[in-house]
Design a binder for this molecule. Structure first.
Ligand SMILES: Nc1nc2c(ncn2[C@@H]2O[C@H](COP(=O)(O)OP(=O)(O)O)[C@@H](O)[C@H]2O)c(=O)[nH]1
Ligand SMILES: [Mg+2]
Length: 223
């Protein structure tokens, strides 16, 4: 059987910044767009990934690196969708670091379109660690409240995209989309904002189109 090409990293030591830069370069050279998802626990990262997997199939390939303090549960959910997934169990650490991503790097197929990284559920520590992603998305779910962008600013100021998830619950909540958007844009005017319900599927198409157009731009840059 022909051996599948995988990715190889030369630099496994050094600062987080250095390893992340090496990861990004290797993935970009292969034309793979990498997306790091940040949110509080339960905001809907894994459910969104399940919907994205359905929406990208069969035209695009993707894989997922899952970060959690304990359990393989999220990887199992992703694998159940036919998507390769690697679980990084941090054993207590509240964020992923580039060196943890580097450890599973040699298992990642080189012919992917998208690599998603689901960070450990936390709006604070993951914001400080570049994992070599091209796009960072922060997910704010409506039950968390529309006042969170300014309370947890780094997650929002370091992100490229804000996904307001659980839009289906808005009628039952005091959450005001306009307040959340305004706060987020005041601290980061460059944020691209998507309103989704990962449960019902609304808004996911627009998000996927954003990832697809970002992939096209990355490959045009490579050409
Ligand atoms: N109502 C509603 N529930 C959602 C939505 N997205 C996720 N959930 C639920 O929220 C809970 C946590 O979702 P999960 O994807 O595991 O969140 P994660 O911890 O960020 O990965 C689960 O019970 C999901 O079914 C949504 O858009 N609307
Ligand atoms: Mg999850």
């Amino acid at each position: 059987m022909e051996k599948k090409e995988v990715l190889v990293l030369e630099e496994l030591l050094g600062s987080n910044k250095k390893i992340a830069a090496e990861i990004r370069k290797k993935l970009e050279d292969k034309g793979i767009l990498t997306i790091n998802l940040l949110s509080s626990p339960g905001a809907g990262k894994t459910t969104l990934l399940e919907r994205i997997a359905e929406g990208l199939s069969p035209d695009y390939s993707m894989a997922v690196i899952e970060g959690d303090i304990e359990t393989e549960r999220d990887s199992e959910r992703i694998r159940a969708k036919g998507i390769p997934a690697w679980q990084i169990i941090t054993g207590g650490a509240c964020h992923l670091e580039a060196k943890m991503v580097a450890k599973v790097f040699s298992e990642i197929p080189a012919d992917l379109d998208f690599l998603f990284i689901e960070n450990v559920g936390n709006l604070v520590c993951p914001a400080s660690y570049d994992l070599g992603e091209n796009i960072r998305c922060v997910i704010l779910s409506t039950p968390e409240g529309d006042d969170k962008p300014k309370k947890y600013p780094q997650a929002f100021t370091t992100s490229d995209c804000l996904i307001i998830n659980k839009a289906d619950l808005i009628p039952a909540l005091p959450f005001k989309v306009e307040n959340a958007k305004r706060e987020a844009l005041e601290i980061n005017p460059k944020l691209k904002i998507f309103i989704t319900s990962a449960l019902k599927g609304s808004g996911v198409r627009e998000l996927i189109e954003y990832f697809q157009s970002s992939l096209r731009k990355l490959r045009q840059k490579n050409a």
